[in-house]
Design a protein around this ligand. Structure first.
Ligand SMILES: [Zn+2]
Length: 449
């Protein structure tokens, strides 16, 4: 994620000097849901109509494998206030299941009681039908919003870090990546959805259209995204990544007409795809696509295969490079917990330096960008904040993104990457990065917890 306007709000807290024990186990996310299952696939079937108020309705079918014996309850993260409204129905092979949410504490945990008890290693599925209005923005917690942008209603999602539950029932966990996704989105015919992966069909159904997207790479729940507005699609040809001609495309609101100069700024991502592939190994999702789509938040977000960009970011060379770099650092390999956010943001910030070095047409000045990283990393507001974020600051999105940690992981993380390059020299540094991005135990998975 990259703020177009840096967040100036931070909490002044005592310098903690943390040597924090990290309490999160390898098999669950911060909320601890889904600890007895390995999520394999989600099939999303959603109705999204930006013509009316912000609302999401439909179903999520989760295909899973049990990881222990005696499984008769499964838990998912889901916003209780928005969706525990009488239209929440869970079916196990057509049989209605009992559902409940906690009365206190973290109330956004849906417990499903199955009509059977499953043994270990059992492949199975449940379908959650729901209908509701996701919550309003709360500070840094965006989740799912709808805004009028360039004269058109734009529905969009931004889950990082804990707002996936605000629009779909998920196992919010970077360590159990979802192996693949299917999106089936019904929307009024004038509208068009954006989602991760490849658009495989587009069918007219009365006054609606039904769009199906498939994504066949492992993905963390916070990187799952949809948006919907009256998009115009800009197909920008293909880029050759290791012998695969991969399409590059932009979805831009119908209310805008990008100039040729603006399109040229966006198209720098095509050269960066080649340069970053040379440095870090092939673009991780080359069998699908890389694209950028417009959303209504004032920054960029590295949704897997399809980065979401506010209009100002869509034409900002630094943000374009940053979100692309995340496809290797944050998406292909993801931090195991939010404590280690710097592994994504530090490398992505350094990606802006590299884009300036390798693709001069971006106009990015690598010396000044690195200098700014160093100045910020050294300033009095950030000095004393390590790269690792303590537990108290990862409890929710506001604690995470409105604390100084939310800024320091970019700058201090970026300077750690820069320091490693200086110490190792380019040959060893980039070989080490390639080894890191292609390690069999990390690839399409997560960093060690
Ligand atoms: Zn970022």
């Amino acid at each position: 994620m990259k703020y177009f306007l840096h967040i100036a709000i931070f909490l002044l807290i005592n310098n903690p000097g943390y040597s924090q024990h990290l309490p999160v186990g390898r098999t669950s996310g911060n909320s601890g849901t889904g600890g007895n299952i390995d999520v394999k696939h989600h099939r999303f079937e959603w109705n999204i109509a930006p013509t009316t108020s912000k609302r999401i309705s439909g179903s999520v079918t989760t295909y899973f494998e049990t990881t222990q014996s005696g499984v008769n309850k499964i838990t998912f993260d889901l916003n209780k206030a928005s969706f525990n409204n009488g239209s929440l129905i869970v079916k196990y092979h057509g049989i209605n299941c009992t559902t409940s949410f906690p009365a206190s504490g973290n109330t956004d945990i849906l417990t499903i009681t199955l009509p059977v008890t499953l043994g270990n290693g059992k492949l199975d599925s449940v379908t959650i039908f729901y209908n509701g209005v996701p919550p309003a923005v709360n500070g840094q917690a965006e989740g799912c919003q709808q805004k009028s942008t360039a004269g058109y209603n734009l529905f969009y999602t931004l889950s990082e870090s804990y707002e996936d539950k605000d629009w779909w029932p998920c196992k919010a966990d970077m360590q159990d990546k979802i192996d693949s996704l299917t999106f089936i989105i019904t929307t009024p015919a004038a509208y068009r959805p954006a989602a991760n992966g490849v658009l495989v069909s587009e069918v007219t159904s009365g006054s609606n259209k039904i769009y199906t997207f498939k994504h066949k790479y492992p993905i963390a729940s916070y990187l799952v995204a949809v948006a919907c507005t009256q998009y115009n699609v800009y197909n920008r040809g293909t880029v050759n990544i290791g012998g695969t001609n991969m399409p590059v495309e932009y979805y831009i609101s119908k209310g805008r007409t990008p100039t040729s100069g603006q399109l040229a700024t966006m198209d720098a991502c095509k050269q960066e795809l080649v340069e970053f592939s040379n440095l870090f190994g092939d673009y991780p999702f080359k069998n699908e696509k890389y694209g950028m789509y417009e959303f209504a938040w004032g920054g960029g977000m590295e949704h897997q295969t399809f980065s979401a960009m506010g209009w100002g970011s869509f034409t900002n060379a630094g943000v374009i490079a940053h979100e692309l770099m995340h496809q290797w650092f944050g998406d292909k390999v993801t931090m195991a917990t939010w404590h280690h956010l710097w592994l994504a943001e530090g490398f992505a910030s350094y990606g802006e330096v590299l884009a300036g070095e390798k693709v001069p047409s971006t106009g990015l000045d690598p010396v000044s960008i690195r200098g700014n990283l160093k100045t910020d990393a050294n300033n009095s507001a950030e000095r004393g904040y390590g790269c690792i974020i303590p537990q108290a600051n990862i409890e929710n999105s506001n604690a995470l993104w409105e604390s100084q940690y939310g800024n320091s992981v970019y700058n201090r993380g970026g300077m750690v990457v820069s320091m490693l390059r200086t110490l190792l020299g380019d040959e060893k540094f980039f070989q080490a990065c390639r080894n890191y991005r292609t390690s069999p135990v990390l690839v399409y998975a997560c960093d060690p917890a």
